[in-house]
Design a protein around this ligand. Structure first.
Ligand code: FAD
Ligand code: DLZ
Ligand code: SF4
Length: 508
């Protein structure tokens, strides 16, 4: 019997589980551009162009492969505005009763499909597991069983063994599981990272750019420099160029930051992997092959593989384990509104200003910018987790809730009280100064601790510890920080608190 196949905007892969047994002569594939998906958070303009253009290119490819595709455009007059209404329209007007889809990556959509199925027992909605991920739900659940704490490092070792990646029998190649200690170098001024691969918009992308400028002109972000790839072929080209040109130094400069350049030696592959345009195992195997052929060192290859095989799978497992209650946690009771400068970059703090500008211009910032500048500030200033989550979900081209939420709620905000990260990633200005050149052009002085010219990260750091002493003091990984706080001269401690209070008042 013919089946309907629904493909969501981040499932753009011919080998996706919902299409695996599709029959071009019978089946109909449904794809929908929906205004709610574009606006449930007001996504960055580049993210909208990326997703919609990639969807249109994928539909074209499906048709070229001989499939019948019903593709609903945002501006089609008969667009009913929801996935389930579109499914229903097709099922009720044909003899097909069965729709197949791959599970969505966001809880909100999972719920929507479940509710529809309950209300419509006359149809079958077959939801298949998303096996683009390298750890299935059941496997992840088994891994968590009997563990008091869930830590990425142990999950990662388990995954390395399972997939026999960089293994020497039962032991890690080179003797260490994790070479992060070698991956903390600042970038020397003379070091010139290669230019990233960018893809000039083709006719389809240009059409979507016009559409987005027209319909979503008040969304955050700049479209002038749109250069993301929108097909699997583009993604493959981006992977090849990363392996050749950037991977060898990926490890060394993984944590470094430089004003005006968010790209550095990162891969810029998350957008493609998350959309389905690039298979995560293909990226991992390509890096492994570079190590084996001697073209990239172990600290780079191990570091890169850990991000995809370890972190990416770990946060995805936790998301599904902890939803739907997770986003409501607010361990540190943070409730300050998000400062306006997260939108317009109007702040004298040069590091924040640069990271927000990069984000506005490219819908991209690399990991340490997201974690140690933008995230660190949100943590130290006690910004409301709901507002921070919304910001991260809409500004980055690679953001979907399954990956954004654990990184923001758990990793940067510690809103889950340490379920994900063993301690808050709080740091003063010295860290940013060591890892970047931001401070040299800042109106604040990173060396000063208090007063109107002092780097705000410095006093906010101590104020954060002070404010949350009852919640954090018992954490063994915070012991050193609290000992330092307790050793601080009373006068300096008071000065620090005063500076922080004045700064925070001005923020509101
Ligand atoms: P690279 O540095 O080249 O890393 C290689 C790959 O590893 C990435 O492409 C990505 O697939 C994976 N990866 C690395 N770190 C993580 C991580 N912590 N979690 C999951 N995957 C990881 N990543 C997203 O894909 N979407 C998000 O919405 C997102 N939000 C984040 C929010 C915060 C606060 C933080 C700290 C991190 C977030 N990350 C997110 C993780 C990471 O910052 C991005 O994956 C990375 O910056 C993407 O750029 P890249 O492809 O150049 O990464
Ligand atoms: C992010 C996004 C956007 C902007 N637009 C669409 C769309 O029009 N149609 C669609 O099927 N998906 C879209 N997406 C992705 C979804 O919002 C959602 O984030 C993912 O499908 C979750 O797995
Ligand atoms: Fe950022 Fe402080 Fe350095 Fe200025 S001095 S760039 S605020 S870390």
């Amino acid at each position: 019997a013919p089946r309907l196949r629904l493909v969501l905007g981040d499932q753009l892969n011919l080998n996706i589980s919902s299409l695996r047994d599709a029959d071009p002569s019978h089946d109909l594939i449904l794809m929908c551009e929906l205004s709610v998906e574009a606006t449930y958070v007001r996504h960055h303009k580049q993210k909208l162009v990326l997703v919609l253009s990639a969807m249109r290119h994928f539909a074209k490819q499906l048709k070229e492969e001989g499939f019948k595709v019903r593709y609903l455009r945002l501006d089609d007059t008969e667009n009913s505005g929801s996935f389930t209404a579109e499914i229903e329209k097709i099922l009720s007007s044909s003899d097909c009763r069965h729709c197949v889809m791959t599970e969505p990556g966001e809880y909100r959509l999972k719920l929507q499909f479940e509710q529809w199925q309950q209300a419509h027992p006359e149809y079958t909605l077959e939801v298949r597991e998303d096996d683009r991920f390298l750890c299935r739900h059941e496997e992840f659940r088994q891994w968590t069983e009997g563990r008091k704490q869930l830590r990425m490092e142990y999950f990662y070792r388990w995954m390395r063994r399972r997939y026999k990646l960089l293994m020497d029998g039962e032991q890690p190649v080179g003797g260490n599981w994790n070479l992060d200690a070698q991956n903390r170098n600042p970038l020397p001024d003379t070091q010139r990272p290669p230019k990233p691969v960018r893809f000039p918009p083709d006719r389809i992308t240009q059409e979507v750019i016009d559409l987005v400028e027209d319909r979503f002109h008040n969304h955050f972000g700049d479209l002038h420099e749109f250069g993301w790839g929108v097909t699997a072929a583009h993604a493959k080209e981006a992977l090849d160029s990363f392996i050749r040109e950037r991977l060898p130094l990926f490890g060394d400069y993984q944590d470094a930051m430089r004003a005006g350049d968010p790209w550095l030696y990162h891969s810029h592959l998350s957008v493609y992997i998350n959309l389905g345009l690039l298979d995560p195992m293909q990226a991992i195997r390509a890096a492994e092959a570079a190590y084996e052929s001697g073209s990239a060192p172990l600290n780079a290859v191990e570091g890169f593989i850990r991000q995809i095989l370890g972190w990416r799978e770990f946060v995805r497992g936790l998301y599904w384990l902890w939803m739907p209650d997770y986003p409501r946690l607010n361990y540190l009771q943070a409730d300050r509104p998000l400062p306006g400068f997260y939108w317009d970059a109007k702040t004298d703090m040069h590091c924040l200003q640069q990271c927000i500008q990069d984000t506005h211009k490219h819908a991209y910032a690399h990991h340490i910018q997201r974690l140690m500048v933008l995230g660190n500030f949100a943590l130290l200033a006690g910004i409301d987790p709901t507002a921070v989550n919304e910001w991260y979900l809409l500004v980055y081209a690679d953001a979907y809730e399954w990956v954004e939420l654990p990184n923001v709620h758990g990793m940067i905000l510690y809103a889950d009280g340490g379920a994900l990260a063993s301690k808050p990633y709080a740091a003063g200005g010295a860290y940013i100064n060591r890892m970047s050149n931001y401070c040299t052009r800042c109106r604040y002085d990173v060396k000063q601790k208090t007063g109107t010219n002092a780097c705000p990260f410095n006093y906010l750091y101590w104020h954060f510890l002070e404010r949350n002493i009852n919640l954090l003091r018992h954490n063994p990984r915070m012991a050193l920080a609290y000992r330092n706080l307790e050793r601080m001269k009373e006068e300096l401690r008071e000065e620090t608190n005063r500076s922080a209070q004045i700064f925070l008042q001005q923020l509101d």
